[in-house]
Design a protein around this ligand. Structure first.
Ligand code: HEM
Length: 115
């Protein structure tokens, strides 16, 4: 399940950058399709994350923090996309995304479940 979890967020990250590139190229149709697939991957990240979470006998505080941070990062991805498509400055959303992403990956690997 850990492999599946990592695979889903790595693919989501790639799709996110593809969507950003398509937006810059103003390929509206392709952008919409990629964002749709990206949103399916959000659900897969949450599903695999939840399965990891509920496979634990006791869920300690740090696991809740990890899960919450994971959900926030998904929110930040959406924030960057929505600000960019609306032509608003996405600077703050990018900073939140980068800081949140580093924190969630660090916490994920630091937590003991592993592979
Ligand atoms: C973009 C969002 C996310 C990223 C980048 C991310 C990243 C990671 C990483 C790097 C690991 C470590 C894997 C390992 O130990 O080998 C991990 C584990 C885990 N993730 Fe996520 N995750 C995200 C979203 C979520 C969500 C939404 C949940 C809960 C609903 C979640 C729950 C977990 C749990 C329970 C673990 C196991 C921790 C352990 O290894 O002990 N994650 N995640």
């Amino acid at each position: 399940m850990t492999h599946a979890h990592i695979t889903t967020w790595v693919i989501a990250l790639i799709l996110f950058f593809v969507a950003i590139a398509l937006h810059k190229k103003e390929s509206k149709r392709a952008y919409k399709i990629v964002v749709m697939i990206l949103r399916v991957f959000y659900l897969l990240i949450i599903a695999t994350g939840a399965m990891l979470l509920f496979s634990l006998a006791t869920i300690t505080g740090m696991y809740w923090v990890k899960a919450l941070l994971g959900l926030l990062v998904i929110g930040f991805l959406e924030m960057v996309l929505s600000f960019s498509t609306k032509g608003k400055s996405a600077g703050v959303a990018w900073i939140l995304l980068i800081v949140g992403f580093i924190a969630v990956v660090y916490l994920g690997f630091d937590l003991p479940m592993g592979f």
